[in-house]
Structure formats: structure tokens, C-alpha cells
Design a binder for this molecule. Sequence first.
Ligand SMILES: [Zn+2]
Ligand SMILES: [Zn+2]
Length: 237
Amino acid sequence: MLLKRWVAAGGDLVKRALPGYCAFCLEPLEGGVSWCSACYEQLPWNHPACPCCGDQLTSNHQTLCGHCVSKRPAFEAAHVALRYALPINKLVHDFKFNARPRAGMLLCELMQDSLPSPPFDAIMPVPMTPQRARERGFNQARWLALELARQSGLPMLEARRLKQGPSQRQLNRQARFANLAGAFVVDTPPPAYVAIVDDVVTTGATAHALALALRRAGAQRVDVWAAARIPLVVDDA
Ligand SMILES: [Zn+2]
Ligand SMILES: [Zn+2]
């Protein structure tokens, strides 16, 4: 029994890692696609969402979220197609913590699907400090940006991160923004229109800080291009 279960689980893992099967329901597929249409339709699409920061809106009639109404971030628009819910959260986790390339390729594919002809002049991944990059051994934002640059033909720019700061996870919205002030430096003058690439966006505090650095360096417009939006779970009060 145990062996049977182990073989079944192993079979699933192999299928999940290989093209030829739907990435979500593991049904065999034809034609080189990565998912079946039923699974694709049921993905947690980020609608309705604030066009500026990508945060979930409560109704279709709202044009901007409350945060963006009171203060717009330094970036103009967020292209975040999905919400961080099943099965996208599993995919992101698999990519980020197990560095699984198949999961990364699927995220790139979903990002490109939501923006078939990206209007940007260049893309820039959210950088890590060299120390954090060494500790983690894998920089998921850079991996995605490299792959998106390769697929779309856009140049990839890089910025420097001066401080990583404490984990953002336990911080509320205001603290996240304060924690990241002055965290990024852009050394080379960027083109007019740059998109910041990251795997997930929570409050947008990281993208805001990097967008400020890009604007200071000469960019006229900065957008965010990410795979999924994570709701901020800590109390905002
Ligand atoms: Zn499927
Ligand atoms: Zn917003």
C-alpha cells in the first residue's frame, strides 16, 4: 500500500516536472501546451484589480483601490494577472524554494499570456543584496526577468540593493514602505519606460522603492510586471 502510494506520488512529481501533461490536473496534453483549457479558466485570475497597484478591488465599479486614491505609488501600473491562491501559490513556492525551472517557465508563460506584447523599453528584476543572494543561492526575480527578456527580446537592466532589511513578512503596510526607503540604486541611466519584474507583489512597497530609484535615474514611466498578488495578511491598522 505504502509503496503504491509512493509510486503514485512519484509519478505525479515526474508528470508535474515534464511537458506533455497539464501542469495543474496532470491530464496528458497534446500540441505542446502547458495546461488544459478547463484548468486555465479556473485559475485565480486577479479580477477586478486596481490598475495601479494590482490590489484586489471589492467591486467592478471601483476604479482605484483606497491606497492609490489617497497616494499613488512611484510606479504607474501593475500587470499582475493572478492571485496568490491555489494552484498558483504552490507553483510560486515550488519555484522560489525548490528552484524548479518547470515552475518558473510556467510562471513566465502566464505572465506573457497576460501581456502578449509588453510595451516596455526594458525590464528590471527586483535585486537582492549580494549577501542575500549568496545565502539563498537562487534569485527568483532575476531568473524570471532573464527568461522574459529572452522570450520577449527586451533588454534586462539591473539595479543594486543596498539593504535587505528585516523580513517584510511581519510588517504592516506603513512599516514595509519605511523599511525600504533608499534601499535601491540605479547606476546606469535607464530608457524611458521600464517594468520591474518580481514573482509576487504584496503591498507594492518594494516596487515603489525601486521605481523611485528608477525615476531618479531618469526613467519617465515605471510599471510592475509580476506573476501573482499576495494579500497583506498582517493587520493594517
Ligand atoms: Zn488541467
Ligand atoms: Zn491600488
